[in-house]
Design a protein around this ligand. Sequence first.
Ligand code: ATP
Ligand code: MG
Length: 387
Amino acid sequence: KGSAWSAALETLEFLEKNKVKGYVIGGAVRDTILSREIEDIDIVLEGAPDIVWSLFPHAVQPSSSFPVFIVPRHGYVFEITTFHPDKESLQMNLEHRDFTMNAMTVEISGNLIDPYGGQSDINRRLIRSVSSPLQRMKEDPLRKLRAFRFVSEFNFSLEESTWQAVCADGIGLQDTAKERIQREIEKILEGKACSRALELLLASGVISDFPDSIKPEYILTNQKSPELEDFSTIEEKWAVFFFLLYSEQACCFVNSWPIKKRIRSRIHYIIKMCTANPGGVNWDTEMVYQNGWRTAIQIETVSQWLTGVQDNKRLEHILNLAQSLPIVSRDDLQVDGRDIVRQHPCLPGRWIGYLLDYLEEEVLYGRTANKRDELLSLVKEKLSHER
Ligand code: ATP
Ligand code: MG
């Protein structure tokens, strides 16, 4: 993987060789000015969408209703869109972008085209709609969330009329695809100024315009401590977000979000545990063992955020319990089902599980060492009692 810009310029040259004019646009231009690493490269080219298929036969079009094409090239992901020069100028194309900092392009000569003052807004750390903010938000209400996303990623401020438009009533997100909403929220949660972005999101009222928001009556009292930036996993941040959005009904709504299933079920579990234990979970050996210390820490962190009581002693307590566990899971037992069957071939099947439960508990509570011989004789003894 070489540098992003050599990949980008090579692609513009390839287009030129095929008599197509292309421009680098969006995140790559913005992030270069911000001295940030470039993740993916957006290209806009002049022509009908069909040109993309003929030049990049391996292109993928994720949604048949949007002419956006994904092309992997030189180790980068290129996102290619088109505009027709007879119907639209480059400037008009830029006018329909969301914010000035995203409405800049670089042409093949390396020249920067910046008709809306994106560079100066970046220098002033401002997020500003390209022309009439209210109209922009009406065109695509997702831009409201994108505004908070850039607050979170860059710790920028919203320019006043842009902020007013974000707060404007009657431009809800009811008709916006959940997948798009979810992507922006995830970026908000991952950003370095996530707490500030969420505070603004709450203050703006946008949150009650969400597709299935329950318009929470009960506002969480201590939302600000601890800071979300300190959370180490995205699951914890999602859990907090769902509490903000749905209050104590959070559990019921998580599964309607298009989050990857594995992550979603973990978020759901964290929320369930926090809801079921409003005063905090009572962590003991068994609770830490059953949840695993990582999940226990996640539950405790979210629960402390909910109650607003920050208490590192409780986190330490979990880690201490975890360290003193003789086994981390049943797989660590020095005896398994086959060992028991070998020694007691006539034992009914359901007894095996029962005996393993018994051994697990004996070892967990330190009543028996996790040693093969001791465990097998314990089985023998148990069976002689039970029979
Ligand atoms: P990232 O670094 O996440 O890729 P990005 O700004 O490049 O940030 P993309 O979603 O890749 O975001 O979009 C590429 C460009 O398309 C944006 O920079 C912006 O110019 C334009 N754009 C994307 N979404 C919208 C939208 N909802 N409204 C207007 N313009 C948009
Ligand atoms: Mg991009």
